[in-house]
Ligand binder design. Sequence first.
Ligand code: ZN
Length: 82
Amino acid sequence: MSRVRTVQQIQRMKRKKQRPRPNDEASYLCDACGEEIVVPVDLSAGESQEYVEDCPVCCRPNIIHAEIDEGGDVRVWAEAEN
Ligand SMILES: [Zn+2]
């Protein structure tokens, strides 16, 4: 009985290891030129972030919004800076 339980615990640990760490990269579409820009996301900076970044393609500033959910998935989108 206890042996079966041990095996289950090992399987559970293995499954966890397949998701080693949450994504720390995400992409957004530039509001000005429509290019997809991949950005690194600092997961330790909070689950809701907002900052301004110049598009590397067209050099126009975008307001970048980043949200990190409980599972570590990152959602990023851009807004034109006015
Ligand atoms: Zn752009």
